[in-house]
Design a protein around this ligand. Sequence first.
Ligand code: DLL
Length: 433
Amino acid sequence: MIWNKEMECMGRKNMQEIQSQRLKKIVSYVYRNCPLYKAKFDSSGVKPSDVKGIKDVQKLPFTVKDDMRDSYPFGLFSSPVGEVKEIHVSSGTTGNPTVVGYTKKDLKLWSEVMARSLCCAGAEPGDRIQIAYGYGLFTGGLGFHYGALEMGLTIIPASSGQTKRQLKLMTDFKPRILGCTPSYALYMADEAREIGLDPRESSWEIGIFGAEPWSDSMRKEIEATWNMLATDVYGLSEIIGPGVAQECRHKDGLHIWSDVFYPEVVNPETGRAAGEGEAGELVITTLTKSGIPLIRYRTRDNVSITHEKCRCGRTSPRISKIRGRTDDMIVVRGINVFPSQIEHVLLAIEGTQPHYQLIVDRKAGEMDELEILVEVEEKVFSDEVRKLQVLEEKIRKEIASVLSISAKVKLVEPRTIERSEGKAKRVIDRRKL
Ligand code: DLL
């Protein structure tokens, strides 16, 4: 089922017409109502009247996360704070958190884009959904909730954590849809086996996983473990939360709702447009928001984009699975390493688990050291020491050949790497950089 056929299947020319109208309106709105945007436009020498169509978006200055942090808490709001009906906060590791606010109109938009996303994943009105994303200041739980209400699902608002209870809710209420982070889906499978449940017998048929990077190999693992279709949902608090882009059953890129979130892909160093299919940083302009519209927001997420029509019938552009963040990439001895590349290697090797952690360190006067902790299956760990050494060596060689980097590999017992009920922590960087 397609939730909004008109917008999701529109021809490109008509879509550009709508995007052009909306861009002109939003640019003039932020210029009039947000002093920070007025100052930004003035200092880069563009006036709202210079924007005549969607192509002119490239004349506008970028917005970055620091613009939000520096104007904490409400400096980037374009609407009066009194019109903001809900506030969410995304926790940062340093400095001020990012504050995002939704007017009533924005909450409607959020419901709409999440309803599109749920349908796109394969949900049908009347289905039951277990929402195991955190509720509260994190946007995951409530974003899913609004979309599910809008499209007529029966909601089990489990929030994250309390895994045994999650499994009981699943067993008793038999929801068809599950929403949670991909790492939590695998974590729940361990717990299920421990209490004697066979994950393959679960009621979940469709999973909608996101909020953190995950590879296609991890998808295969989840699909085989839970006997379900695992789809990818993308979003970020600054833009709206979950519901910016979603995979359909073909799993061939995430449909981005470009009538409301205009996407560009740029070279992260130069800021220039990347070509169709070329990797770069995703930049988004919100075309219809009123609380905090963002113009050319640099997401730091690495993707490529295609405008080809999908087999599902939607014409909305598709972004690739997020390849990592320009800022969670670690540079070890001059080599760029994304945790997702390591994950890919590990999952292709029998006996390893998709639970891993990269530890980077640099002792005074020495080169960077990369150590990779990898959990292995119980039966592997009880093997003789020599067999474990062979496996370690195999992983080390594979990483060296795929990533051209030497790393220390340490196999650890099942369930020793700290689990998260939300986003997994993949990298520990101990270097004082
Ligand atoms: O994680 C919103 C969300 C909730 C998305 C639930 C999907 C499901 P933030 O906490 O602001 O918002 O984090 C946003 O998480 O810029 C990406 O780097 C990463 N991210 C989100 N979805 C994906 C995904 C929510 N499907 C940041 N694949 C984004 C890879 C993702 N990374």
